[in-house]
Design a protein around this ligand. Sequence first.
Ligand SMILES: [Mg+2]
Length: 268
Amino acid sequence: MNQDLKQLKTKKLFLLDMDGTLYLDHQLIDGTIPFLDTLKKQNKRGIYVTNNSSKSVIDYVKKLSSLGIDSTEKDFYTSSMATARYLNEFHFGKTVYCMGTASLKEELNSKGIKIAKDKDDFVDVVLIGYDTELTSQKLYDVCWLLKQDLPYIATNPDYVCPVEFGFVPDCGSFADMIYNATKKRPIFIGKPHPRMIEYAIEASGYSKKDAVIIGDRLYTDILSGINANITTICVLSGETTLEDIQQSDIKPDFILDSIQTVYDIIKA
Ligand SMILES: [Mg+2]
């Protein structure tokens, strides 16, 4: 093992992308369970970090459980959580129009954020998420509200979300639709912005030098780690190929085949 790889053994906080890194759809990637067990045995911390704002943390606990992974709500940091934190920091006490799922609204509400009933409520801030319950009425409302120059926020910039047959449009694509109508762009909260990674590290109590992010997407997972100035590992088990990395400006600190290789390094 080269010296650089040995540094990974000193890391204490592992920020983990899920799809493409720990599993593909409904199939665990080899090495995931031994890797997670080793983190526990070595008193290290794993936090699942996701840009998906359509599902609640409870949904993710259930999803991981169906794959044989035990987790609790404390093991996650989602773009919904980061958005709640951001709203409470920069728009405290304000009323938010949320183009998002019922589950996103519930999560924000549980963190003390007031959600507008409709566009005619006294709206202070416009928020869009990966709304899998999207209607044209909601798009109409957002465009109407943006006419008034309100602060405009989006949970995550991803253009697509992987599903069984390929991809469907995600929050970044919704933002483009709205841009075409309004010429307004939101402030994006999730990866690759370092904000979400910094919030997750802060909530964990560890410091940046203890942290490493592991993911399969260069322009979200790896870029967020670079932007937050922490160690990055790109695994080749998901979206990114070695060729993609060679052609990209986004260079991870380490390129490893899969989570199995990470496990081999940290267990040794
Ligand atoms: Mg991924």
